[in-house]
Design a protein around this ligand. Structure first.
Ligand code: IDP
Ligand code: MG
Length: 153
């Protein structure tokens, strides 16, 4: 059986402003992933700088920080077998124009600068990003009654 992983997911400000929170969160739930943390918050510049530290110095960095801090986001930790890869394939390619139909970024987006969602790109990034947003707690360990119908033993 695949390893259980966690991914830090952000439903970004454009998705919140457009009223797509339910639609987007529902896609992760329906795929079979499990929510273990969730909060609604306007990300500060300091937190955005830590989260997107790998992009500092890139031409799009300032725009990225002002986008992510411009309005509230939904921050989540999502858990499941291969969760890092499964969340990223649910989100689709970074550029909506290159994202496969049926993915969040293809179905709701047209431009890279408003691509609706973030997800960790590796187990190591997930650990770092979960620490940034949920280092003070907020992760709930819980048993989901239908798990046996989603994940085999
Ligand atoms: P990812 O979100 O698919 O992991 P990254 O390359 O890590 O993609 O970039 C982080 C975020 O930075 C993207 O989701 C997007 O919001 C933004 N971004 C990346 N490249 C560009 C760009 O060329 N123009 C504007 N925004 C960009
Ligand atoms: Mg990334």
């Amino acid at each position: 059986m695949a390893t259980i992983e966690r991914s830090l997911v952000i439903v970004k400000p454009d998705a919140v402003q457009r009223g797509l929170v339910g639609e987007i969160v529902g896609r992760y739930e329906k795929r079979g992933l499990k929510i273990v943390a969730m909060k609604f918050e306007q990300v500060s510049e300091e937190t955005a700088g830590r989260h997107y530290g790998e992009h500092k110095g890139k031409p799009f960095y300032d725009g990225l920080v002002s986008y992510i801090t411009s309005s509230p986001s939904v921050l989540m930790v999502i858990e499941g077998p291969d969760a890092v890869n499964i969340v990223r394939t649910t989100n689709g390619a970074t550029k909506p124009g290159e994202a496969a139909p049926g993915t969040i970024r293809a179905d709701f987006g047209v431009t890279i600068g408003r691509n609706l969602v973030h997800a960790s790109d590796s187990v190591e990034s997930a650990a770092r990003e979960v620490g940034i947003f949920f280092g003070d707690g907020g992760i709930v360990e819980w048993n989901r009654a239908i798990d046996a119908w989603i994940v085999e033993d």
